[in-house]
Design a binder for this molecule. Structure first.
Ligand SMILES: [Fe+2]
Ligand SMILES: [Fe+2]
Length: 191
């Protein structure tokens, strides 16, 4: 008979996996092979949750308040983004719950927990600019978090990678709207 460890395709044998899964069942989806710092992961995700909630609020407000020539197509775009930000909000809240945390939806302190700002634009162009800036903040923030989670928490990382791809699309949509209205993008360049 050949040595079973030499041919074994997995790092842990089934008996060991079964044994480990039975220990600490109170921690739910967080098993002993979770390599991240759960407390820190939850704290980070609370800030991501706040960011997404603020984005839902801003796009929803903008979709309703936008006025002016050609505002209908922009309103539709804002509303579509509001829906996608809400999906992100749900995904992040679910992940916090899976990690054993309590997703924080408290309006008190929401703006300070969030990475992006709610803004207060009144004109259509200012709304587009504020959304573009907020998306760029989210893109930078999420890229950094993806690097942080890396192999320590692949589930959270993959979730954030999916969200990041949508935020990049959002930023691009806002940029296109801005160029369509102003001819040139209006963002401070580096330096
Ligand atoms: Fe989002
Ligand atoms: Fe977005």
């Amino acid at each position: 008979m050949s040595n079973s460890t030499a041919t074994k395709p997995f790092l842990s044998d089934v008996a060991e996996l079964r044994k480990r899964a039975r220990e600490h069942i109170e921690t739910g989806a967080v098993t002993t092979t979770y390599e991240g710092d759960v407390e820190q992961a939850i704290e980070i995700l609370q800030s991501v949750l706040a960011t997404e909630i603020v984005c839902v609020l801003r796009y929803t407000q903008n979709a309703i308040a936008a006025v002016g020539i050609d505002s209908e197509s922009v309103k539709d775009e804002f509303m579509e983004h509001a829906g996608e930000e809400q999906e992100h909000m749900m995904m992040v809240a679910e992940r916090i719950n899976q990690l054993g945390g309590n997703p924080n939806f408290d309006p008190d302190g929401l703006a300070t927990r969030a990475a992006s700002e709610y803004g207060g634009a009144e004109t259509l162009v200012d709304m587009i600019k504020e959304n573009l800036i907020a998306e760029r903040i989210a893109v930078d923030h999420y890229r950094e978090l993806i690097r942080y989670f890396a192999e320590k928490d692949p589930t959270t990382r993959v979730m954030l990678e999916g969200i990041l791809a949508t935020e990049e699309e959002h930023a691009n949509d806002m940029h296109d709207l801005l160029v369509a209205r102003e001819g040139t993008p209006f963002l401070p360049g580096p330096g």
